[in-house]
Design a binder for this molecule. Sequence first.
Ligand code: PYR
Length: 364
Amino acid sequence: PKLDGTFERVMKIADQFRKLKVRTNADTPKDAQTAKNFGAEGIGLCRTEHMFFGADRIDSVREMIIADNKIDREKALAKLLPMQRDDFYQLFKIMDGLPVTIRLLDPPLHEFVPHTDEETKELAVRINTDFERLRSKVKALHEFNPMLGHRGCRLAITYPEIYIMQVRAIAEAACMMMAEGKKLSAPEIMIPLVATDKELEILRAQAEQEVKKVQVEKNIKFEYHIGTMIELPRAALTADAIAEHADFFSFGTNDLTQTTLGLSRDDSGRFLGSYVSQGILAQDPFMSIDQVGVGALVKMGVDFGRRTKPSLKIGVCGEHGGDPDSIEFFHKAGLDYVSCSPFRVPIARLAAARASLLTKKLHS
Ligand code: PYR
């Protein structure tokens, strides 16, 4: 979209006051470009699972999910590697030296498995396996609570090769940028759904090993950071230990809201309205941060994390990153940036400026 001069002028004035940086959630070049036109100062969340649904990819993803062994899984992943490398290369190019945070795969696994017998049949033919055997395998992958299931870093603890492929794709894309002399901010590799420092310690070591391998192969060096989402109460409560292994934190306030309030984002529509109208909750906690609950965990996470690493970079990439009242809260909590959907970037820039001005007023 084209922005006229008045809009630009107002935004520039607002930018003089704000302390919070404003990034965007984007996983396609189109969204990244839109957000950049609106003034996004980087990508705060690139959700890689969205990249796996394309018609040319879902077959390989399914092969990977149902593979019986590491070798078959790696075969399927090898087909995805060049596409992932290009995904990241395109995003790095558009962002032109601005930071890009790439979250490693965090799918509800059930979204990837074949949904119908027809799809299962097709897959059985393609990989030359028995239909009934495959059907029972697909059934066995069913989860009763996928949001609390085998997702995020848990997937990589059981199948390390998935994240290793993604880290390789990021590193190879970074090498391409360097080889072409293009501007590149240190890629930020983000591990999702961490609940314990040990998970991050293991996955960080694996990621570092793969980056080093690529750097030696290509004989190219580049800076990179490895960090984590803070989206489970346990992660916020143990943020001091987690920070030992993290270069940055990003609060996933959607999941943090679900898990703190024990509310499903997908199923709470039927009763949340009554809760708000009767004053039990001040507002829909998925729209505006629940300051005394989820917010308390955010403050704790910031506090504990920076106790270990005073310079820890901290952002937020949940829906709340584009909500003005929540942005004021994040400003006060001492975050470095908010990340929101592309079309909310201008609102976030204004809200961040407003938050700075309000805080100054209180202190003057
Ligand atoms: C969350 O807020 O939970 C995300 O994953 C963005």
